[in-house]
Design a protein around this ligand. Structure first.
Ligand code: GDP
Ligand code: IMO
Ligand code: MG
Length: 422
C-alpha cells in the first residue's frame, strides 16, 4: 500500500470470490474504501467476532471506525435496498452516516428498472442471462441512453424527473406486454428510501477522492462482480452491465490511471458461476455437488445454487492480463481439503484444437486438465505458511508458476482470522 495511491481489489473470475472478506481484512491499512461499480447485485460477506454481514451497496470498509467509505459515480443504487442495508448496520452499532459518502453522479435504480429487468429476462426465453433481478441492466442502459436519474437529482425537482422516467418505463413495459404488476407499496418504500438517503453526505466524490490522494491518503477500490462478468471483457451477453475491471476503477471513481497502485486479483481454489452462460469447467456430476456443498456455494443475494467446477487457469491468465494484477489472493482452499486429486484447467479444446488464450466465444469448449495431488489435511486451523501441509504449498507454487504472479494472501476459512499472509 502506497500513500497517495488507489489500490484495487478485483474479483477476477465470475464474482463471489470473497472480496468482502478481504476488503474488510485490508481496511486497517487504508484511509478510504470505495466501491466503483455495480450495485445491489453484489453480495459481499464479512464474518468476524461471531457476526456475519452481507453487504450489497455499502463498501466493506464500513466496520472500521474512522475510515471513509465511498459509493462512487460508477455505481448504481436502489434507495429502498440501501435504506434496509444501512439500517441493519446502524442497528448493529455502526454509524454509517458518519462513515459513508455517496457520489451525486451514481445512478438510481427505480422500481420500474427492476420490472424492466424481469420483463427483458422473460422476453429472452431460453437465452436468459439469469440476472439478480435488481434492475442493474436497465439502469446502466438508461445511463448510456442519457435518460437516467442520478443521486444528485434527489436534491432538486426530483418528482418531475422521477415521473418522467417512470412514464417512459411504463410505456416500454406496456410495449413488451408485461402487465399485471402492482408496485405501489414498493414505490412508497422506495420514496422512503430517497428521503432517508437525503440525510447522507451526497457529494462530488471524485473531487474529494483526488484531494485525499494529493494529501497522501491511501484508497482501496473494492471490486464487485468479476472480470468474466465485465460488460466488455466477460462472456458477453451473459455478463453484468458495468466495468468490473481495473479500468473501471478510474471511470467509476474519477481517479487518473497514474494513481493506481497495487492490483490485487482475488480468486477461489475452484470456479463458480451464478446465472447462465458458458462455463467450460462446470462439473455437473457429484464432484460439482460436493464442491457446492462443502463450499456452501449458494448465492448471497438470490440464494441460487452456484455452478461449480475446477480452477480455470485460462480465465485467470486472461484476467491477470486485462487488470494488470500485481498480487493474487487465493480463497477457499480449505473447501478442497478432502480431494485426493485436484484438477486445473490449463487450456480449452474444441474440434481437436487447443487454445490457452480466452476465445471470443467460450461456448462449446472443453477443459484440458492437469491433475495435482491433493493435500488431504485440514487447512482451516492454519494461521501461518509454515503450518500449511507441504502438498498444499507445492500446489500454490504450481499456480504461481502457471499464472506468473505471486500469491501473497491465502484464505482458509470465512472468518477474518482465517487469513494467511505469505
Ligand atoms: P464476494 O461477493 O466476492 O464478497 O464473495 P461472497 O461473499 O459472495 O462469497 C464468498 C463466500 O465464501 C462467503 O460465504 C464467505 O463467507 C465465504 N468465504 C470467504 N473466504 C472463505 C474461505 O477461505 N473459506 C471458506 N470455506 N469460505 C470462505
Ligand atoms: P459479487 O460482487 C456473482 C451475475 C448474475 C448474472 C449476471 C448479470 O457478489 O461477486 P445482473 O443482475 O448484474 O444484471 O446479472 O451477473 N452477477 C453476479 N454473480 N457475484 C456477483 O456479485 C454478481 N453480480 C451479478 O448472476 O449471471
Ligand atoms: Mg458475492
Amino acid at each position: 500500500m502506497d500513500k497517495g495511491k488507489v489500490d484495487a481489489l478485483l474479483g477476477i473470475v465470475f464474482g463471489d470470490e470473497g472480496k468482502g472478506k478481504i476488503v474488510d481484512y485490508f481496511t486497517p491499512r487504508y484511509d478510504i474504501v470505495a466501491r466503483f461499480a455495480g450495485g445491489p447485485n453484489a453480495g459481499h460477506t464479512i464474518i468476524f467476532g461471531g457476526k456475519k454481514f452481507v453487504l450489497r451497496s455499502i463498501p466493506s470498509g464500513v466496520f472500521d471506525k474512522g475510515k471513509l467509505n465511498i459509493i462512487g459515480n460508477g455505481c448504481v443504487i436502489a434507495p429502498d435496498l440501501f435504506m434496509q442495508e444501512a439500517r441493519e448496520l446502524e442497528q448493529a452499532g455502526y454509524d454509517v452516516r458518519e462513515r459513508l459518502h455517496i457520489s451525486k453522479r451514481a445512478h438510481l435504480i427505480l422500481p420500474t428498472h427492476r420490472l424492466l429487468d424481469k420483463a427483458y429476462e422473460a422476453a429472452k426465453g431460453k437465452n436468459k442471462v439469469g440476472t439478480t433481478g435488481k434492475g442493474i441492466g436497465p439502469t446502466y442502459s438508461d445511463k448510456a441512453s442519457r435518460t437516467g436519474l442520478r443521486v444528485g437529482d434527489m436534491l432538486e425537482g426530483f418528482t418531475l424527473k422521477y415521473d418522467t422516467l417512470k412514464a417512459r418505463h411504463l410505456q416500454i413495459l406496456s410495449d413488451l406486454r408485461y402487465t399485471g404488476f402492482d408496485i405501489r407499496e414498493e414505490e412508497r418504500e422506495w420514496m422512503r428510501g430517497v428521503e432517508y438517503m437525503r440525510g447522507f453526505s451526497l457529494t462530488d466524490t471524485e473531487t474529494e477522492l483526488n484531494a485525499c490522494l494529493s494529501e497522501g491518503k491511501s484508497v482501496l477500490a473494492e471490486g464487485a462482480q468479476g472480470t468474466m462478468l465485465d460488460i466488455d471483457h466477460g462472456t458477453y451477453p451473459f455478463v453484468s452491465s458495468s466495468s468490473t475491471v481495473c479500468g473501471g476503477v478510474c471511470t467509476g471513481l474519477g481517479v487518473p490511471p497514474r494513481s493506481i497502485g497495487e492490483v490485487f486479483g482475488i480468486f477461489k481454489a475452484y470456479s463458480t458461476r451464478v446465472g447462465s452462460g458458458p462455463f467450460p469447467v462446470e462439473l455437473t456430476d457429484e464432484t460439482g455437488d460436493k464442491i457446492r456443498s462443502l463450499g456452501n456455494e449458494y448465492g448471497a443475494v438470490t440464494g441460487r445454487n452456484r455452478r461449480c467446477g475446477w480452477i480455470d487457469l485460462v480465465a485467470l491468465r486472461y484476467a491477470i492480463m486485462l487488470n494488470g494484477v500485481t498480487q493474487l489472493v487465493m480463497m477457499k482452499s480449505d473447501v478442497l481439503d478432502g480431494f485426493p486429486t485436484v484438477r486445473a484447467c490449463v487450456a480449452y479444446e474444441k474440434d481437436g484444437r487447443q487454445v490457452t488464450d480466452m476465445p471470443f466465444d467460450t461456448e462449446g469448449w472443453k477443459p484440458v486438465y492437469e491433475d495435482i495431488p491433493g493435500w488431504l489435511s485440514p487447512l482451516s486451523s492454519c494461521r501461518s505458511e509454515q503450518e500449511l501441509p507441504q502438498a498444499f504449498r507445492s500446489y500454490v507454487s504450481y499456480l504461481e508458476q502457471q499464472l506468473q504472479t505471486p500469491i501473497t494472501l491465502l484464505s482458509v476459512g470465512p472468518d477474518r482470522e482465517q487469513t494467511i499472509v505469505r
